[in-house]
Ligand binder design. Structure first.
Ligand code: CIZ
Length: 303
């Protein structure tokens, strides 16, 4: 089957099943092309919470499908590739979180959405890269904040707030591997370009950035009139949207290696098989879902 044929079959089956296809900006181009909704974790969560579809097919990674299940418990949530995970989300366990809470009594736990449902269930509020600073600034009082699991995001937020932030030591391997030396080399080859970096990058890399933001923020920044040539410091999947939205502009990867294997697991045949066989269902048990939803709802109330 060629690409168009399989895309057509998926769209037909989505209709028959009263299903919606949600896809992250880091997904393969051919998956992004047929999504009902394309976005970052924040946008995708909002969409999952409000859709009236009976089935949500999540072209993303496990924590995203879990978030959809938490927010829409009455719907069937399918993750086409069961093994599509997030190494960052696996960098903290519940036991470690409970120990950190004992170490920092009174700290508010702000948890990046890239985390398991169980971790969310032990958190005060969630955040995404699009709203991390807003979430931290919304917290009442002067008390400290324990930000988990991404240490780079936490350190970035710490540079923008007066609150005391305790960063956890996790990182996204894709963003964390980008070095300042690599960025400087690309900048030297393109002296007329500006550089946009994702806050999951290290402080050394962020120090070189003209703009720091989530995928959605980088997409908006790329549309600004003064941006003609942009070096992009985030996962390569975003190039699909950048090139399609701004065909007259030039986009250069900060590194060719910024490819997330987990995000690229999901292929069109996987989505077709998932919808045909109604697999792999992601369902968060109620005992975890209810406290996890409170942490997500507190974040969504700020949107
Ligand atoms: O928040 C997300 O979806 C991630 C992982 C990146 C971004 O900035 O959109």
């Amino acid at each position: 089957m060629d690409k168009k044929e399989i895309q057509g079959k998926i769209r037909k089956l989505l209709k028959e099943r009263r299903a919606i296809l949600l896809a992250h900006y880091y997904q393969r181009d051919e998956v992004q092309e047929i999504a009902d909704y394309l976005g970052d974790s924040l946008g995708l969560s909002l969409e999952a919470a409000k859709t009236d579809a009976e089935v949500i097919v999540f072209a993303g990674v496990h924590f995203m499908a879990e978030s959809a299940s938490i927010l829409s418990p009455g719907k069937t949530v399918l993750l086409p590739r069961a093994e599509a995970g997030c190494p960052l989300a696996d960098m903290i366990t519940v036991e470690q979180l409970l120990a950190a809470k004992r170490q920092y009594p009174g700290a508010t736990v702000v948890t990046y959405i890239n985390s398991s449902a169980e971790i969310k269930a032990h958190s005060d509020i969630c955040c995404t890269s699009a709203n991390a600073l807003k979430v931290v600034q919304s917290l009442p009082g002067e008390g400290p904040v324990l930000m988990i699991p991404d240490g780079n995001l936490a350190r970035y937020v710490a540079t923008r707030t007066k609150k005391t932030i305790f960063p956890w030591g996790g990182f996204c391997p894709i963003h964390h591997q980008l070095t300042a030396a690599q960025v400087n080399r690309v900048k030297a080859n393109h002296p007329d370009a500006v550089f946009a970096a994702h806050p999951e990058c290290t402080p050394d890399v962020l120090a070189l950035a003209d703009f720091i933001g989530s995928t959605t923020a980088i997409l908006s920044y790329a549309g600004e009139q003064q941006v003609r040539k942009l070096i992009v410091g985030t996962e390569r999947g975003i190039f699909c949207q950048l090139q399609c939205r701004y065909p007259g502009k030039v986009f250069i990867p900060a590194s060719e290696d910024m490819l997330c294997e987990d995000m690229k697991h999901t292929t069109l045949p996987d989505i077709l098989a998932s919808l045909t066989e109604m697999k792999h269902i992601v369902k968060v048990p109620e005992a975890v879902r209810i406290p996890a939803k409170q942490a997500l709802d507190r974040m969504l109330e700020l949107s």
